[in-house]
Each structure stands twice: as C-alpha cells, then as structure tokens.
Design a protein around this ligand. Sequence first.
Ligand code: B16
Ligand code: MG
Length: 217
Amino acid sequence: NTSGFIFDLDGVIVDTAKYHYLAWKKLANELGFEFTHEQNELFKGVSRKKCLEILLDIGGINATQEQFDVWMVEKNEDYLRYIEEMDASEILPDVPKVLQFLKEHNVPVALGSASKNARPILEKVGLLHYFDSIVDGNNVTKAKPDPEVFLLAAEKLNVLPKNCIVFEDAVAGIQAANIANMVSIGIGDENVLSEADFNFNDFTEINLGFIQELAKL
Ligand code: B16
Ligand code: MG
C-alpha cells in the first residue's frame, strides 16, 4: 500500500518556461514575427516538436521537413545556452522541503516530464539525488494528456497508479494524472487547473502534514 510521488519539472520544480520562451521568441523573431508571453502559455507541458508546430502556425509558416528539423535543433541549442548557468537559486520555493521530507520517509519519488533536458536540469540545480526514477521526453512517445509518462513512472517506482500523487502545472498534465487514476495536485492558477483534485499556488502553501497524509505515513 505504499504511495509514490511524481513531479512535473517545468513550472513545478523550476521555472524553465522563461528560458523556453526566450529560445522560441528568438526563433520567431528570426523568422520575422512576434511571440508573446500569452502565446508561450500554450507551450507549457507540450513537447518540443508540438511547440514548433504551434509556433510555425502562429507565424503562418509552411516548412519542409528538413527546415523543421533544423529549427528544432536551433531552438534546443539556444535553450541549452540559456539554461547553462542555472543553479539551485532557480528551484521554486519550498520544493526541496517536500523532497527532503519524502526522502527521509523513504517514499519513492519520480520525475514525469515532457522535457528531453530534464536530467541535466535536475543535476544543475542539485536535486537529482532526490529522484528514484526519471521519466521524461526521452522515454515516452505519447504526450500529456496521454497518461503514458505517469504510468511509466508508477511502474518504475513499483507503485500502483491509484497510490500515486502527481504535481503538475499544466492542464494536460492534470488530465494525464486523472486518466491514470492518480491523485492530481495542481500547482498554479486554480481556475486554470480546475480539474485537479487539490490546488495550490506553489509549494509554500503545502504543509508537510498534508504530504504525510497523502503518503499515508
Ligand atoms: P525540451 P514539463 C515541458 O516540461 C515544458 O513545459 C515545455 O514547454 C517544453 O516544450 C517541453 O518540456 C519539452 O522540453 O525541449 O527540453 O525537450 O512541464 O513537462 O516538465
Ligand atoms: Mg510543467
């Protein structure tokens, strides 16, 4: 009856969305159009490929497969440059407090992210050692709201889906957790994440008593 905790990366553990935004904006500008913060909202939790499809749609650009692939690589190289200097100061408030508590109580913890850069980011900010398993854009083929990423994480943790708790900042991620029959916790605007089982603006609002209850400790 042990429980497992699954964390999304971007928007839950760190705010890498601002770096994704800079890289996409640079590409858009090179292609001759603007890319706004509001449009960037559509990119949260969405795979790199899907993001580029949306971006080209915004710019009204038709690309050959070859050009598409070049832009995918370019965006990622720019993104990697932006995150090069990331350190622990970029961890969102009180995230380590929760991870530390789970570690102390031997509760299995996994990452469930769409990013292919998840592992180096966790390494840079010094949180990698908290994770028993990393499931990310390199391991899955179906994007959220498909539950694949979270089901695979549960399997790797050897915990039943119904005993898993998922922290997510994207609507598609909350839907994926719900479809997987897991407890979904929305981090961010509760009006946006209204399908979540529980809502918090950030981890400063989550007390360890609540985590203890969820973990059935
Ligand atoms: P990459 P998450 C997602 O991370 C981001 O929210 C999304 O904006 C990004 O396009 C996606 O990762 C893929 O990232 O280009 O690094 O593979 O929220 O699922 O942790
Ligand atoms: Mg996210």
